[in-house]
Design a protein around this ligand. Structure first.
Ligand SMILES: Cc1ncc(COP(=O)(O)O)c(C=O)c1O
Length: 469
């Protein structure tokens, strides 16, 4: 087995969630008690592993989705508006908002949302450091600066105290991200935002249909924006959606990039000087094949989420006796993780002889002959200089700094974020079951117990194979 340089290993772990493969498992030897990672017999053989694929396949495609897609293709209306309109109306009704506006992807929806709540040159947007870049990066092209706040070590979502600590007179908006399906603690976030006159754009990309204290995610802030790409829980291919009750926010979203609809939502007087040209200079039209698939997805999504929740709860119940792995789940009444997108658990290396999350995940993957576990989560965004001094246009001026007062730097506004900077080695990915099949999920539960009972051997392996820095 290749030895791994400890420094590289830690660097990789700190850079991003790592998919811990199972290719490095030693060849199976004698005895089931010995870890497959170290040459023992795996719980699931490579031959059996093929039967597990269906547990993870997503989205679940039915005939209605195929036919809906075909109808749009055959009618040649991929680029129209009528089906997108229908999808938006149905999505808004399902989500419990007055308006919904689709887009070609979640990134486009988020940028439109930032424009719509008034984010512009010289303004600051507060974003949690642990999320995907699209939660905030587009803001710098509106002339705004992204200021990062820390996350809660138990939920990985925006820490309200850190949010408040990063507010300046220029803060215009905050983007709480319901990351990995876990709802943010929206009550304190909303109270702080309202106190300071800050607009709230929820990023619902990981949590469509999720609930916070009985309220649908995306309906609590001023608006919600989200990705509907094919790996997401609500999957329509590439796609995005913005939901809001606020007519002015909706109209600004239209004005930004829904160019054919501008005449519908604006008066002649409002359009007289600009005709119907979009202020964003972008065309945020959703492919109608995706819209048609979305209409069908709406009919079965809630039922699918129930199955996913049952499977994920069963798995977590089965491993709750394993000290060192802690389920991340909302602690409030009437709250949930809906589709459990990219679900993560907390990992405590001290409970496992100091074994890293990466080695633990690899050992699990070897037991299951599948790469379903990974270590870590999204890397802390504030460590990227794109949000600070990257010269994007090659003119010597960083867009992130451009409109800030002299002497104020984005780094200075963000400061140190101790949780975001240290959390990755303390996070492990959950297998994302889409079907509830006890006899299969039991093997994952068995694998967690087997690996947890053999961390001494894993520790010895790490000592021998990882070069200490
Ligand atoms: C939290 C989050 N926000 C926004 C996006 C952007 O969505 P899209 O990829 O559809 O542009 C993604 C991911 O894909 C995401 O994970």
């Amino acid at each position: 087995m290749n030895s791994v340089n400890r420094r590289d290993f830690v660097k990789t772990g700190a850079a991003a969630a790592t998919a811990a493969g199972f290719a490095g498992c030693m060849t199976a030897g004698a005895g089931n008690a010995k870890l497959a990672f170290l040459g023992g017999t795996p719980i699931v053989s490579k031959a059996e592993a093929a039967n597990y694929k269906k547990l993870f396949h997503w989205p679940i495609v039915n005939d209605a989705m195929r036919k809906a897609n075909d109808r749009v293709l055959c009618a040649g209306t991929m680029s129209g508006w009528d089906i997108a309109d229908e999808f938006e109306k149905k999505f808004a009704a399902w989500n419990g908002t007055k308006y919904a506006s689709s887009a070609p992807n979640g990134t486009a929806s988020l940028i439109a949302a930032f424009y719509a709540v008034g984010l512009g040159p010289g303004d600051e947007l507060i974003c949690p450091s642990i999320t995907y870049w699209a939660s905030c990066l587009g803001a710098i092209h509106l002339g705004a600066t992204v200021v990062f706040a820390d996350v809660d070590p138990e939920t990985l979502t925006l820490d309200p105290k850190s949010f408040e600590a990063h507010i300046t007179p220029r803060t215009k908006a905050v983007v709480p991200v319901h990351v990995y399906g876990q709802p943010c603690d929206m009550d304190p976030i909303m109270a702080i935002a309202r106190k300071h006159g800050i607009k709230v754009v929820e990023d619902v990309s990981h949590a469509q249909g999720g609930l916070y204290k009985g309220r649908k995610l995306g309906t609590i802030g001023d608006c919600g924006a989200m990705s509907l790409m094919s790996s997401k829980s609500f999957a329509i291919g590439e796609g995005g959606m913005l939901v809001t009750d606020d007519r002015e926010i909706y109209r600004r979203v239209v004005r930004w990039g829904q160019y054919e609809r501008i005449r519908r939502d604006f008066t002649k007087e409002e359009l007289v000087r600009t005709n119907n040209l979009p202020f964003g200079g972008v065309k945020n039209r959703l492919n109608q094949c995706s819209a048609a698939i979305g209409i069908e997805q709406l009919k079965k999504y809630d039922a699918e989420c129930e199955v996913i929740s049952k499977a994920m709860e069963y798995y977590h119940d089965g491993i709750k006796d394993v000290k060192g792995i802690t389920k991340i789940y909302p602690k409030w009444e009437n709250s949930n993780k809906a589709g459990w997108y990219y679900s993560r658990s907390l990992y405590n290396p001290e409970a496992f002889d100091g074994v890293s999350a990466e080695t633990f995940a690899k050992a699990l993957n070897c037991e299951l002959s599948q790469s379903k576990y990974g270590a870590g989560c999204n890397f802390p965004l504030h460590t990227s200089n794109i949000f600070d001094d990257a010269d994007i246009f090659g003119n010597g001026i960083s867009p992130a700094k451009r409109f800030l007062p002299a002497g104020v730097t984005p780094k200075g506004l963000t400061g140190r974020l101790p949780v975001a900077e240290s959390i990755l080695p303390r996070v492990i990915g959950d297998p994302m079951f889409k079907l509830f099949e006890k006899e299969h999920i039991d093997r994952y539960i068995e694998a967690v117990h087997k690996v947890a009972a053999n961390t001494g051997a894993l520790r010895d392996w790490e000592k021998k194979n990882l070069v200490k820095s």
